[in-house]
Design a protein around this ligand. Structure first.
Ligand SMILES: C[S@@+](CC[C@H](N)C(=O)[O-])C[C@H]1O[C@@H](n2cnc3c(N)ncnc32)[C@H](O)[C@@H]1O
Length: 265
């Protein structure tokens, strides 16, 4: 393996926390004592140890206790593949992830640009940085079985925390730009001119639709649209299918793992 391949391999394993059994643990802030629920004081947690399930982690099926992405190694490999293709073919444009959680997938994009010495592309990092919105009436009507994760504390990662994650990997610089707020407010007016990679990971119908409507037409020919949630979230699938049908996009959807797909523009 080349030094670049070794760096990216290690980066992907660190971002997914695939190196550490402890990352498969489950944390809770309460326990039962004599059938009474006792809430732990702020800052304290009870960690239930579990050995790392390497298959689950590679497929992004478990939520890591720590680690910087929940997308799993196969989807990290897919980002590396798409970005490698874009760089090899000289497809113009920046890279964006809409829905970043702790930032790991976008950190991989920035790390790969650094490894290749690419200085003329920006990684855009778009999120509310306060978790998912509650499902709208439209979301509920289209995909009643999709969950409501709006109260899930685990999914609320502040902007400063994500910036700190980039910094710890030595990858926070002017080639990373953050778009904070709900996609419907930030993305239509975002100063993004052209995209080589649009990675959608906002889970909901409305989040996927808002990102596609605002950014889909900015993807260069030869660029990639990656959809993390296509098979996991019914609403996401509907938003993607509607978008492609309305614009006559027939490029095949390529399967990445049990949920993610991509197409090439
Ligand atoms: C499943 S997580 C993303 C996982 C991440 N891509 C990774 O690699 O681990 C979904 C993210 O989308 C964000 N999100 C969902 N809908 C949104 C919206 N409409 N506007 C802004 N952020 C949104 C949430 O805050 C959350 O960080």
């Amino acid at each position: 393996m080349s030094a670049e391949d070794l760096y990216l391999d290690l980066l992907k394993k660190a971002l997914t926390a695939s190196l550490y059994d402890e990352s498969a643990g489950h944390a809770s802030n309460w326990l039962k004592v004599n059938n009474q629920v006792v809430t732990l004081p702020p800052g304290a947690a009870l960690i239930q140890y579990r050995p790392l399930d390497e298959v689950a982690r590679s497929e992004g099926r478990d939520w890591p206790l720590f680690g910087f992405t929940m997308a799993g190694l196969k989807r990290m490999d897919n980002i590396q593949h798409c970005l490698g293709q874009v760089l090899a073919d000289g497809v113009p444009g920046d890279l964006i992830e809409t829905g970043v959680w702790r930032g790991g997938a976008a950190i991989l994009m920035r790390g790969m640009l650094a490894a290749r010495g690419v200085t003329d592309r920006t990684v855009w990092v778009a999120d509310s940085f306060e978790g998912l919105p509650p499902p709208s009436a439209d979301d509920r009507a289209r995909a009643p079985k999709d969950p409501d994760h709006s109260q899930e504390a685990y999914l609320k990662v502040p902007l400063e925390r994500v910036q700190e994650n980039f910094r710890r990997f030595g990858l926070l610089d002017g080639q990373v730009r953050f778009l904070k707020g709900w996609f419907k407010d930030t993305l239509p007016a975002a100063p993004v001119e052209r995209l080589a990679i649009l990675r959608l990971d906002g889970d909901l119908y409305s989040s996927t639709k808002d990102a596609l409507d605002a950014l889909g037409h900015k993807v260069s020919p030869g660029g990639f649209v990656i959809v993390d949630d296509y098979h996991a979230w019914e609403g996401c699938r509907q938003a993607v299918d509607e978008y492609r049908a309305a614009r006559g996009i027939t490029a095949p959807l390529v399967q990445v793992d049990w949920t993610a797909v991509y197409w090439r523009a």
